[in-house]
Unconditional design. Sequence first.
Length: 262
Amino acid sequence: MRLKNKTALITGGNSGIGLATAKLFVAEGAKVAITGRNRATLDAALAELGRIDGEGRAIALQVDATDVAATEQAVAEAARLFGKLDIVFANAGIPGSTPVGASKLEIFEQVLRTNITGAFFTVQAAAPHLNDGGAIILTGSVMSEMGSPGSSAYAASKAGLRGMSRVLAAEFAPRGIRINVVSPGATRTPIWDSSAPTPDAKAQLDRRLSSIIPLGRLGEAEEIAKTVLFLASDEAAYINGAELFVDGGTNGAPFGGPVFRG
Ligand code: NDP
C-alpha cells in the first residue's frame, strides 16, 4: 500500500480522472475527500469508494471550486475530519469553446476561473492544513501545447497552471511540499460528453483524436490516476516543479500518429 495513513483532497473527484484517482488512492490505503458541484454524482462516487474498502475512508463535499469561501470551508472540514492533509489533487476543470470572433466573455472567464483560479485557491485553502513533506498535483493538459483552434481560454488556463506550479514549487519548497503537474492527452471521461453527445458522435471523435495520438488510442482515466499516484507517493520524492505528460506521445512525438503513417 503506497498511501497507507495518508490523507488526500481531490477536487472534481466525482467523475473521470478525479474519481479514478480517488478509487486508486483508497485502494492504496489513503483517506480521501472528494469535491464537486453535483450532489448526485458525489453520492454515487462515495458509494463506489465505500465499496472498495468497506470502511468508509472517503468523504464527499459539495463545493464549487470557483467559490473561494466555500472552498476554504470544505478544505477545513476535510482537515477537521482527517486531522491533516498529505496530498492535494487540484483537478477540477471544464472545457469551453472560445474561438476568435464568436466568444462570450462569460465562458472565457468561467474557464479561467474554474481551471486556474479555482486550482490556486484550492491550494491556498489547503496550505495551512498540509503536512510538511506532502504533495500537490495539478491537472494540466496537452492542450496547452497543441494550438487547437477554438481553445484559447482552455489552453491558456492549462499553460497558466504550468507556470503557476513552478511558482508554487518555489513557495512550498521550504516545507518540503512538492508541486507537479500531470498533463493528460485525450482521455475517455465525461468531459467529452458536451462535444460528442451521441454514441455516433463519440465514435467519430474517438477516431479523429486517435488518428493523431502516436499510440493510436485515447487514454483511460485509470492511466492518468496511476501517474497521479506516482507523483503523490514517496516514489516521486525528488520530483518537484515538473510537468508529466500522460498522452500516448501526443506532445512528445506529434507526427507519430496513425494519420501521418504512409
Ligand atoms: P470530467 O468532466 O469527468 O470531470 C471534471 C470534474 O471537475 C468533475 O468532477 C466536475 O464535477 C469537476 N468540476 C468542474 N467544475 C467544477 C467546479 N466549478 N467546482 C468543483 N468541481 C468542478 O472530466 P475529466 O475527468 O476529464 O477532467 C478532469 C481534469 O482533467 C480537468 O481539469 C480537465 O481539464 C483535465 N483534462 C482532461 C482531459 C480529457 O481528455 N479527459 C485531457 C486533459 C486534461 P461537478 O460537475 O460535479 O462540479
